[in-house]
Write a protein of this length. Structure first.
Length: 153
């Protein structure tokens, strides 16, 4: 079984030792959490995890990960987006808009080792479509809008 990536925290906070949460969090949440923990205002990205760790809030219910041909670029660029929601994992392999999109879909409750890709399975087409639509909403909601708008259009 593939283990989840764990986030371990320590420090002078009000989080009781041994506290565990199954909520999905993202790397981008660490900045907001650290700034809040030291008494500073977060920069607007990420979610402060302290209320989540002390059961004063619930998580967002999903996690997003993106790979945009970084690190060691491939001759043909590779662009992937992963969405984890509940026990589902969706990986979309982005291509030119004129080409067929492909990807991966896993039911982590039934297949924790991600051995059975359900992307092309007709029985899972509805959940794949639902997750792709949700992913689109997440991407729009989390896009960087920090650039100054210089005109109305």
């Amino acid at each position: 079984m593939r283990p989840n990536v764990l986030l371990l925290c320590t420090g002078p906070t009000t989080i009781p030792a041994g506290t565990r949460s199954a909520e999905l969090v993202q790397l981008i949440d660490l900045g907001a959490t650290i700034l809040t923990a030291v008494g500073l205002r977060p920069l607007g990205e990420g979610q402060d995890l302290l209320p989540l760790a002390t059961n004063r809030a619930t998580g967002r219910g999903w996690a997003l990960s993106e790979y945009r041909n970084s690190g060691h670029p491939y001759p043909t660029p590779i662009h992937l987006t992963m969405l984890r929601r509940d026990h589902w994992k969706l990986v979309v392999q982005h291509a030119s808009p004129a080409t067929a999109r492909t990807g991966e879909l896993y039911d982590l409750a039934a297949d924790p080792n991600e051995l059975q890709n359900l992307w092309d399975d007709p029985l899972h087409r509805d959940i794949r479509t639902e997750l792709q639509e949700f992913l689109l909403d997440v991407l729009v909601a989390t896009e960087d809008r920090s650039q100054e708008r210089v005109a109305d259009w």
